[in-house]
Design a protein around this ligand. Structure first.
Ligand SMILES: [Cu+2]
Length: 122
């Protein structure tokens, strides 16, 4: 009987972490506010991390991209809706700034679309 109790506890803990991970990804990463600017730091390494950014409309957004890999795939990041495309030299921080003017989603991706992220404007 004791083993069943241990398994049950493990399952409950596992579900809790799954739920935590799920809600965190659903809601998106919140900005760090620096004098009215919504700031995010994105690590580019295999993926964009975080890749789901939640922002408020009408307030400036500043995204610091830091690419910590040499894979050519992630060398450029673009925000097609904003007509922004920037090179991300390895080991450097590249800043992208804009102010969202309407609610919705602003997608960003590498040139081939393998790395993807979105800014959710509310
Ligand atoms: Cu790519």
């Amino acid at each position: 009987m004791q083993i069943i109790g241990v398994i049950l506890i493990a399952v409950v803990i596992g579900l809790y972490f799954l739920w935590f991970w799920y809600t965190k990804n659903q809601e998106g990463a919140a900005a760090k506010s620096e004098s009215g600017v919504q700031v995010f730091n994105i690590l580019v390494k295999g993926v964009y991390s975080p890749n789901n950014l939640k922002v408020k409309m009408g307030q400036p957004v500043k995204i610091n991209f830091r690419r910590e890999e040499s894979a050519d795939c992630s060398r450029y990041v673009s925000f097609p809706d904003l007509k922004i495309r920037k090179e991300l030299p390895e080991g450097q921080t590249v800043v992208i700034e804009f102010t969202p003017t309407k609610p919705g989603e602003i997608a960003f991706a590498c040139d081939m679309g393998m790395y993807q992220g979105k800014v959710i404007v509310e």
